[in-house]
Design a protein around this ligand. Structure first.
Ligand SMILES: Cc1cc2nc3c(=O)[nH]c(=O)nc-3n(C[C@H](O)[C@H](O)[C@H](O)COP(=O)(O)OP(=O)(O)OC[C@H]3O[C@@H](n4cnc5c(N)ncnc54)[C@H](O)[C@@H]3O)c2cc1C
Length: 403
């Protein structure tokens, strides 16, 4: 699919994208529209579509499907009509009409990959290093593979090894809390809990903690009410240092700074989490948590790059800046980075480094603005306890509350 009216056509030029998740695939699809011959390299050896987890959808994330794909946004998303806050007895303390749509990582990934195709999508390739010379960029993989291209985009996520090279000194900072995550089939909920939760994004707020719940596509992509999963993120404070390290050590003894996968959380931590859910959350939210077979964990961390471009090499998505999830805007920012890159290249004269230099300042600003906003939101929930039901400043949005 080639853009009908690009100002510059890059046919005959090659682009590599490192990292084949939502940011990487969106970038790859858009670069291909400009005429680039695009290859994606993803470190995970098997298919990635088993990754679960919900994503609140924002316009930038869906833009590919609105403007360029034969697949419609409704085919990859679920939706609800209301935002509500639940009190200690399941009473609705605030409710407003505010439609949102959601997807699961797996559903969205499968849809993007269906548009990109698997021919130029290479699994099991971990990029270890790169160098640039006058003719282009060389990327080296631990497999021994070496690839050259005119443009290289790193979309290699929150732990991006390339970030340290492009933006030296940028650190990945722990926010002071973790997100307990999980999903439960809607049909396994009690009728009262299903009735209360199925058409809303729901919050339960207690001192120094809050949980967000919303319905996402089922494991096979089922979108109908009753076929979906109820997905949640429950934010809980954990002190940095040995307490966090112990929690983030999985059943096999591997410690991760970022996540512990489903089925790998130590039993004693899952049991403590369930006990606390019953004590502090609204009963409907607690029921969802208690019915989760395999809860998993993400340590909430921020990183804000001060560079996103180095010659003909770019960083997009979480690789550039990762912002704690309170604005539900991580994938939207990754997609916005990709669209802006597309536009900068299309409007340029074919000089890739020049286009990247023009693209960089606006994207740095977008990342920094989001980072500051979500840090304030996080402090209101987890520190100062001023996260009040219905406050418009707490609405999701990449560019500001609600948009
Ligand atoms: C608790 C939580 C809730 C969230 N909720 C939302 C939400 O509701 N809405 C939303 O928009 N965002 C949300 N996010 C953020 C969202 O998950 C990220 O912003 C998004 O996944 C970033 O996409 P990405 O493509 O940049 O990176 P990633 O999805 O992290 O992908 C990076 C890819 O690169 C690969 N990779 C890494 N290193 C290499 C290498 N050296 N070589 C090759 N491949 C490599 C990885 O395997 C991975 O596939 C949430 C995040 C968290 C932690």
């Amino acid at each position: 699919m080639t853009d009908p009216n690009p100002r510059h056509d890059y046919s005959g030029r090659r682009a590599l994208v490192v990292g084949g998740s939502i940011g990487g695939l969106t970038t790859a699809l858009l670069l291909r529209r400009l005429g680039f011959d695009v290859s994606v390299f993803e470190r995970t050896p098997g298919g990635l579509d088993g990754r679960g987890g919900g994503i609140v959808l924002q316009p930038d994330t869906l833009r590919w499907f609105h403007e360029c794909s034969d697949q419609q946004p409704e085919q990859v998303s679920t939706s609800t009509h209301y935002v509500q806050y639940l009190g200690v007895g399941n009473d609705v303390v605030h409710r407003e009409e505010a439609p949102w749509s959601y997807t699961s990582w797996g559903t969205f990934y499968r849809a993007l990959l269906a548009d990109f195709g698997t021919r130029d999508y290479h699994l099991g390739e971990y990029a270890a290093g790169f160098d640039e010379d006058e003719d282009g960029v060389e990327v080296r993989f631990v497999s021994g593979r070496t690839e050259r291209a005119d443009l290289v985009v790193f979309a290699d996520g929150i732990s991006s090894p390339s970030r340290t090279r492009i933006s030296p000194g940028t650190t990945l900072d722990y926010a002071g809390y973790v997100g307990w995550r999980g999903t439960v089939p809607e049909r396994e909920l009690s009728p009262a809990t299903f009735e209360l939760l199925h058409d809303s994004i729901s919050y339960s707020v207690a001192p120094h903690t809050h949980i967000t719940l919303y319905p996402i596509p089922g494991p096979d992509g089922g979108l109908a009410v009753g076929e979906r999963l109820l997905n949640y993120v429950w934010y809980r404070n954990v002190a940095a240092g040995h307490e966090l390290e112990e929690l983030m050590t999985d059943k096999r003894g591997f410690a991760s700074p970022v996540s512990v996968h489903p089925g790998q959380v130590q039993d004693r931590f899952a049991e403590e989490m369930r006990r606390t859910a019953a004590e502090v959350l609204a009963p409907a939210a607690a029921e969802v948590v208690l019915r989760t077979e395999q809860p998993y964990l993400q340590a909430v961390r921020d990183a804000g790059a001060h560079r996103m471009a180095l010659g003909r090499v770019a960083l997009v998505g979480d690789a550039a800046s990762a912002a704690r999830p309170h604005a539900a805007a991580g994938t939207a920012k990754a997609a916005a980075n990709a669209w802006a890159l597309h536009d900068a290249l299309a409007e340029g004269d074919g000089d890739v480094a020049d286009a990247l230099a023009k693209w960089e300042p606006g994207q740095l600003e977008l990342g920094q603005r989001l980072l500051h906003r979500v840090q304030e939101m996080g402090a209101r929930s987890q520190v100062s306890c001023t996260w009040t039901p219905g406050d418009p400043d707490l609405r999701f949005g990449l560019y500001g509350p609600g948009h």
